[in-house]
Design a protein around this ligand. Structure first.
Ligand SMILES: [Ca+2]
Ligand SMILES: [Ca+2]
Length: 240
């Protein structure tokens, strides 16, 4: 952090001519904090003079004045934000005062019910990506139950990074791609797959949840919307 310390000294030097002539609070607004990492400007008394100084808070007032950090986390007040930033040695800026506004689209029941099918579709797409030769790749509705299960299992193995045979929150972070369909349904979906609520999704839980629910939704969709439960009308032989 010597570079940060140098920058800090320069920033403090540039304000020195104004000390005693401008309100120290105003000077604080002008002082950028580089060092210590995570610090914020406070008015402190040094040799009897009030000066702006970048400090790491040791304690914070209980007063509630929520702020939102640039990382999208709400803190009870700005002091608490800097206290944590200092502890984690991370530069965390203030995004705005007031609690963070989270534009969270709610996953509707209908979306949640079709999510497994959309997810399998997406896995199918991923599994075919990078394949140079795809012999008339059949759509998902033409896959057999065994093939869907195989697809779900393949993806499980890929996602289970630490190979403990369970999917945890950590493993599932890999899934958070912007291109994933109905992404806002991912969390409620995985929670619903974790039948015994131990925060881990086993292969058994995963395939049951993904494949059975996918097929249930699709059968329902076909019979209601299309008036037929026939899944794959054209292609007979198919390959995954
Ligand atoms: Ca795992
Ligand atoms: Ca579980």
């Amino acid at each position: 952090g010597s570079r940060a310390q140098r920058k800090q000294r320069q920033a403090e030097e540039s304000l020195r001519p104004y000390i005693g002539r401008v309100e120290p609070e105003k000077l604080c607004e002008l002082l950028k904090c580089h060092s210590p990492v995570g610090s914020w400007c406070q008015v402190v008394r040094e040799n009897g003079v009030l000066i702006p100084k970048c400090v790491c808070p040791q304690s914070c007032p209980r007063q509630r004045a929520p702020v939102c950090s640039v990382l999208g986390r709400t803190y009870g007040n700005e002091c608490l934000l800097h206290k944590e930033a200092c502890r984690k040695r991370r530069r965390t800026g203030l995004a705005h005062t007031g609690p963070c506004l989270v534009p969270k689209a709610k996953c509707t029941e209908e979306e949640l019910s079709q999510f497994p099918y959309r997810l399998l579709d997406w896995f199918l797409l991923l599994s075919r990506m990078g394949e140079s030769y795809a012999p008339a790749a059949p759509p998902q509705n033409c896959l057999s139950h065994a093939q869907r299960t195989q697809l779900a299992q393949q993806r499980f193995t890929i996602l289970d990074k630490n190979k403990d045979g369970k999917l945890s929150r950590r493993d599932l972070r890999k899934l958070r791609y912007k291109r994933m369909p109905l992404e806002h349904c991912a969390t409620p979906f995985f929670q619903s797959c974790d039948r015994n609520r131990n925060r881990k999704v086993t292969l058994q839980e995963w395939t049951t949840c993904l494949v059975d629910r996918s097929e249930a939704w699709f059968y329902h969709f076909m019979s209601v919307r299309m008036g037929s439960r026939k899944l794959c009308p054209t292609i007979k032989e198919n390959v995954l």
